[in-house]
Design a protein around this ligand. Structure first.
Ligand SMILES: [Zn+2]
Length: 73
């Protein structure tokens, strides 16, 4: 598949150098969200005052739409 420039340069969904920290995409007093790469794939991490922390597996980057289950070249 051919990635768009936006997808290639997306700061959220490219994991470089084994840095497995959460990449924050939203950080408000009401809630936080971020992307994190785990051993079993990408997850979206959310936290808010009511649900505490939740991890959901994702197949597409919510920021650029890139499929995350394909190998990067
Ligand atoms: Zn992305």
């Amino acid at each position: 598949m051919v990635l768009t420039e936006k997808q290639k340069n997306c700061p959220y969904c490219h994991e470089k150098g084994g840095d497995h920290r959460v990449k924050m995409i939203e950080d408000d007093p009401d809630g936080q969200a971020g992307l994190v790469l785990k051993e079993d794939g990408w997850h979206i991490w959310t936290a808010d005052p009511f649900t505490f922390e939740v991890l959901h597996p994702i197949n597409y980057c919510p920021m650029c739409g890139r499929p995350l289950n394909e190998e990067e070249e």
